[in-house]
Write a protein that binds this ligand. Structure first.
Ligand SMILES: Nc1ncnc2c1ncn2[C@@H]1O[C@H](COP(=O)(O)OP(=O)(O)O)[C@@H](O)[C@H]1O
Ligand SMILES: O=P(O)(O)OC[C@H]1O[C@](O)(COP(=O)(O)O)[C@@H](O)[C@@H]1O
Ligand SMILES: [Mg+2]
Length: 568
């Protein structure tokens, strides 16, 4: 496959001079992009695992970099870490960093799996270095091949000897079913597949790197933890002090860091990686994305999500029973989902007993024609009972307005939510009281119950595969987040999973299915739909703009590059 790596320009005088000129012309900070710490020869080596041709980006390419930034939300400081390659027919590899990007002489060793009695029998067990997975599956005849991620899995050669590995595992952020399974599978996978026996658990999230003892983990000590909810390591919000964390990694000789957590955690993992790289340490950083809200970008689905949706059914069933057993009974269930309403949407679709689902992505209003109260009244008249599911992040603007409270944050900087369930309960009660209509409302808040349980069978298997991908990647010298993309396991650059958030798209067919199953009003005007479509169009813009010159030998033909969706 013909491909080329984009390497930002080295810091030589001539370039410097040109950059200064550019600065004067153009105040866009991207044009003054920080230069990478790599010399071109090192960069060439860095590309070696992908057998690519490295190409320096010249001054002429700055506009392209700016466009890349605009299209994929790459921040200025990320520029030096982005590894983009191009191939035939619009193929783009959004690659992940590798140890030899900055430790060019790191030795390699044969993968011990080849002598493993179970794995050595697998035909084609090792992943081909050139294997990549497309981000978008649906294409047209003339589509460009679009963005790809490196396929996860065991490599023929690894960058660590088994004896040399000192691994640590940390869990951060809120709970999620499956955390213990991931911990277990990381410990057992490292031990059973790669004969690693120095594995440590960091207690209570990021701050545990510098404030607590490290726990020794063995396959025996984690043997049955997957049957328990929560995390045996403990977790926390806040406390990410990059310098202190990396000081401890360095002092204790840790060379593989496994970080399980959500979007905030993956941002933290990226900071740790950058500091490790700055110090030239031979350390792999592997992020395993965790989020009960399913709001991490790029990946198909987060582990624990299915378990959470399943558990939510029990609350909805109870709400339904309560509602059916009363005159004008309403069952109201609040589910998690700070910014994204996936749990509420899937739990509603699965249940079929829900008459209205409210999520943060779809603003609603209470009073007047087409409002929530009018709909509830109509539904009770028709059916004598109803069930409402609300995601905790929905309607926050309405509560804030009526209570005139100021926004508060948790230790990680996440917005602290006001209780939409309680607020709705009072509003609904007041409404019917003012109309002299008898009714009963039962508010069920199972939010913490659905994330504190152990993962179900399919999430357990998913956790195992994610953990194995993380181990294979770290052993092979990659630093990245692992994730399933279109059903295949991949290594995704940290910046890609943290630069945007996965949200329910209220202009796609899934939300329409929900509306048709509940019969609730959409609460949006045609004008709002146009705005949502436009937002969606912008969000789905290809990460690389069309028709740009990336110094690729086999550049794209004009017709392909002018396709409206950028060929992705
Ligand atoms: N931008 C960031 N840079 C570095 N660390 C971060 C960042 N955002 C969050 N973190 C750290 O990641 C950890 C978990 O973040 P949090 O948002 O609470 O949960 P989650 O990872 O589940 O989203 C916390 O310890 C927090 O300090
Ligand atoms: O655990 P806390 O601090 O009460 O926060 C609750 C939040 O945690 C979540 O369950 C998950 O959030 P994270 O992915 O950031 O961990 C949200 O749905 C919810 O809003
Ligand atoms: Mg989060």
């Amino acid at each position: 496959m013909a491909s080329s790596h984009i390497i930002l320009p080295p810091d030589d005088d001539e370039e410097e001079q040109r950059r200064r000129e550019d600065e004067e012309e153009d105040e866009d900070p991207w044009a003054r992009s920080v230069l990478p710490p790599l010399a071109p020869e090192q960069a060439m080596k860095a590309a070696a695992p992908f057998s690519a041709t490295c190409v320096r980006i010249s001054r002429d390419s700055y506009p392209n970099l700016r466009a890349l930034r605009d299209a994929s939300s790459v921040s200025l400081s990320d520029a030096a870490y982005v590894k983009i390659s191009e191939g035939d027919f619009g193929y783009i590899l959004d690659d992940v960093p590798h140890l030899i990007d900055y430790v060019p002489d790191a030795p390699t060793y044969p993968n011990p799996l080849q002598d493993h009695p179970a794995y050595s029998t697998v035909r084609q067990y090792f992943v081909n270095e050139d294997d990549t997975v497309p981000q978008k599956m649906v294409v047209q005849k003339n589509s460009r091949r679009g963005v790809h991620f490196r396929r996860a899995g065991p490599r023929q050669r690894v960058y660590f000897e088994s004896d040399e590995v000192k691994a640590c595992i940390v869990t951060c952020g809120g709970l999620c079913p499956g955390l213990n399974t991931v911990i277990r599978e990381l410990v057992c996978g490292l031990s059973h597949m790669y004969n690693v026996n120095k594995i440590y658990g960091i207690q209570n999230g990021y701050k545990g790197f510098y404030s607590s003892n490290y726990l020794t983990l063995t396959p025996k000590s984690v043997d049955d933890i997957h049957k328990r909810g929560g995390t045996i390591l403990g977790t926390s919000r806040g406390g990410h002090d990059t310098k202190k964390i990396v000081d401890n990694i360095q002092d204790r000789g840790i060379n593989q860091v496994y970080i399980i957590g959500g979007d905030g955690t993956q941002k933290g993992a990226y900071e740790i990686y950058k500091e490790i790289r700055k110090r030239g340490l031979k350390v792999s950083v592997a992020g395993v994305p965790k989020t009960i809200d399913n709001d991490i970008a790029i990946i198909d689905k987060s582990f624990g999500f299915d378990t959470a949706v399943e558990e939510a059914q029990r609350a909805i069933d109870s709400a339904h029973v309560e509602a059916c057993s009363a005159e004008n009974g309403i069952g109201l269930v609040k589910l998690m989902g700070r910014y994204s309403g996936f749990i509420a949407m899937y739990a509603t679709l699965a249940s079929r007993d829900v008459d209205c689902c409210l999520i943060p992505e779809s603003p609603f209003y209470m009073d007047g024609e087409g409002g929530l109260l009018q709909y509830i009244e109509k539904r009770l008249k028709e059916n004598k009972h109803m069930v409402i599911v609300v995601a905790e992040g929905a309607g926050q603007d309405l509560i804030a307005k009526s209570l005139s409270t100021s926004e508060q944050q948790d230790a990680s900087g996440n917005k602290l939510l006001l209780d939409i369930g309680l607020w709705l309960t009072h509003k609904i009660k007041d409404y019917f009281k003012s109309k002299n209509v008898e009714m009963t409302i039962k508010y069920i808040d199972p939010t913490y119950m659905i994330r504190a349980i152990p993962s179900n069978a399919s999430d357990n298997v998913y956790c195992t595969l994610l953990s194995h991908s993380a181990i294979h990647g770290a052993m092979a010298g990659y630093s990245s987040t692992v994730g399933m993309v279109n059903g295949r396991h991949t290594y995704i650059p940290f910046y890609r999973v943290t630069s945007t958030r996965n949200k329910v798209n209220i202009t796609d067919r899934m939300w329409a299915r929900l509306l048709s199953s509940t019969n609730q009003p959409s609460f949006i005007s045609p004008k709002d739909i146009d705005v949502a479509k436009e937002t969606d169009r912008i969000a789905n813009k290809p990460p690389l703009p069309t028709g740009i010159n990336y110094h690729v030998a086999n550049s794209l033909d004009q017709s392909a590059s002018s396709s409206t969706n950028g060929g992705i």
